[in-house]
Design a protein around this ligand. Structure first.
Ligand SMILES: *[C@@H]1O[C@H](CO)[C@@H](O)[C@H](O)[C@H]1NC(C)=O
Ligand SMILES: *[C@@H]1O[C@H](CO)[C@@H](O)[C@H](O)[C@H]1NC(C)=O
Ligand SMILES: *[C@@H]1O[C@H](CO)[C@@H](O)[C@H](O)[C@H]1NC(C)=O
Ligand SMILES: *[C@@H]1O[C@H](CO)[C@@H](O)[C@H](O)[C@H]1NC(C)=O
Ligand SMILES: *[C@@H]1O[C@H](CO)[C@@H](O)[C@H](O)[C@H]1NC(C)=O
Ligand SMILES: *[C@@H]1O[C@H](CO)[C@@H](O)[C@H](O)[C@H]1NC(C)=O
Ligand SMILES: *[C@@H]1O[C@H](CO)[C@@H](O)[C@H](O)[C@H]1NC(C)=O
Length: 377
């Protein structure tokens, strides 16, 4: 296959390498809030047909659309038809991530020819296996749930001056919001609860007028969005934090490429269904984050070519895959450079992760059970 890349308006060149492996990791689709966003909110669980925390109809559409997009991009190369020996799909054990994987799969693998098993309305769908890890700690796909004291310490040190600054700058607004929302107290640590209002806005649910009230030149809702962005990114935005939360996942993608190149596996389409925190951690670990929140079904793509190069993309909006270059390399990056540049951030095993975190128990090699309350969405 020949791919034409528009490098600038000045010239084009023909990139003649063949894609031999693709890896993708996405965030689940649009979801319901995890709980009533604030005590005085009128939209209780009855307004969310599948219940708190679950994928919405909109989220199902987004997943299917991602599957269709992936089919258009890869159908002629690594994804001609579903082949169990080549394709692997792993989801975190959250319902919305598993369902998103099902939606993507429905868009990506419509049955054709002798795989059509039903001729009426189900003819566009066939089941595909989706691996998950029920009830286990998902260090790979839900790293924000992993108990990691060393991370907590690093995070606390970096976060506390920022928290103090925000609590003082926004003190007045937080007090006002307490009264308005009925929340007992509001500060840096829980202001994010109000971001669930965004999920209502995404569903055109009419809102009280106080959301548009202006504080210091900006509407309350815009402040809530910006505070969510700051507090969320604060969990991952330094090399230390990014390694704790994203290093094991970086290893997964690199190891998959190594195994494939060493003929240890035939699998050349690896797909992972996960959460915003997972993608944020990964983007910061790769040091390519745009410091924005990760939208629903946003996807990071790793492509390996037969001329020994790797390309990275971030598809965060409908239809656009933004090329990303890790620091120290061009966007079309030689495979060995790609691996070498990421060596430091790589966490090569679960035991290495637990040992880094300070939860490794040498007498049993058992792992601490996830207990942190870090949100994930
Ligand atoms: C939600 O609120 C409506 C009234 O707006 C009420 O009829 C319903 O029982 C409530 N549902 C739950 C689950 O609390
Ligand atoms: C209020 O506005 C000023 C001027 O734009 C800005 O410097 C400051 O950070 C704002 N404070 C808050 C809490 O938004
Ligand atoms: C508290 O909020 C109510 C509306 O929910 C408003 O009528 C009242 O004036 C507010 N009180 C203060 C002290 O802001
Ligand atoms: C990204 O790289 C820059 C130098 O290129 C460094 O200053 C920064 O700390 C790195 N960030 C992360 C999250 O690794
Ligand atoms: C993997 O298999 C291919 C095709 O059979 C071969 O050309 C290549 O040398 C093998 N690579 C390794 C590392 O064994
Ligand atoms: C998507 O990512 C690109 C590249 O980082 C950025 O320019 C753009 O603003 C992002 N858009 C959204 C909606 O996140
Ligand atoms: C390690 O595991 C053993 C056996 O379960 C237990 O007795 C011990 O307290 C654990 N040590 C730590 C540091 O968790």
């Amino acid at each position: 296959m020949i791919r034409i890349l528009l490098l600038s308006s000045m010239f084009t060149y023909v990139y003649g390498a063949n894609l031999i492996m693709m890896q993708a990791i996405w965030r689940h689709g649009d979801r319901a809030p995890g709980d009533l966003p604030y005590p005085k909110d009128r939209y209780n669980e009855t307004y969310w047909p599948r219940g708190w925390d679950q994928l919405t109809n909109k989220g199902i559409w987004q997943s299917v659309e991602l599957g269709i997009w992936l089919r258009q991009r890869y159908g002629a190369t690594v994804l001609p038809i579903f082949n169990k020996d080549k394709v692997f799909i792993l989801s975190s054990d959250s319902e919305r991530a598993i369902e998103t994987a099902q939606g993507v799969s429905a868009g990506l693998f419509p049955p054709v020819d002798d795989r059509v098993w039903e001729s009426s309305y189900l003819r566009y769908w066939q089941p595909t296996p989706i691996q998950t890890a029920y009830g286990t700690i998902d260090a790979l796909l839900r790293p924000t749930k992993v108990d990691c004291p060393a991370y907590d310490l690093a995070n606390e040190q970096e976060e506390s001056p920022i928290a103090a600054q925000i609590n003082s700058e926004y003190g007045q607004m937080f007090k006002w919001l307490q009264n308005t929302t009925g929340m007992e107290s509001i500060d840096f640590w829980n202001i994010n609860d109000l971001y669930d209002i965004q999920r209502e806005l995404d569903h055109n649910m009419p809102q009280p007028s106080w959301l548009n009230q202006v504080f210091n030149g900006t509407t309350i809702m815009d402040h809530i969005r910006e505070l969510k962005r700051i507090t969320r990114n604060q969990e991952f935005n330094s090399p230390t934090k990014a390694k704790f939360r994203g290093g094991y996942l970086v290893n997964e993608f690199l190891k998959n490429m190594e195994d494939f190149k060493a003929n240890k596996t035939e699998k050349n389409v690896m797909m992972y269904s996960s959460h915003d925190g997972t993608l944020s951690a990964l983007l910061y670990a790769l040091n390519v984050s745009n410091d924005q929140l990760v939208p629903y079904t946003a996807t990071v793509l790793f492509e390996l070519y037969d001329d020994d190069t790797v390309q990275l993309f971030y598809k965060n909006t409908t239809g656009t895959a933004y090329p990303l270059a890790i620091p120290g390399c061009l966007q079309i990056c030689p495979y060995s450079n790609f691996l070498a540049l990421l060596e430091n951030v790589r966490v090569r095993s679960l035991d290495a992760l637990y040992s880094l975190c300070g939860t490794y128990n040498s007498s049993t090699s058992s792992r601490a059970v996830a207990t942190t309350t870090t949100p994930h969405s």
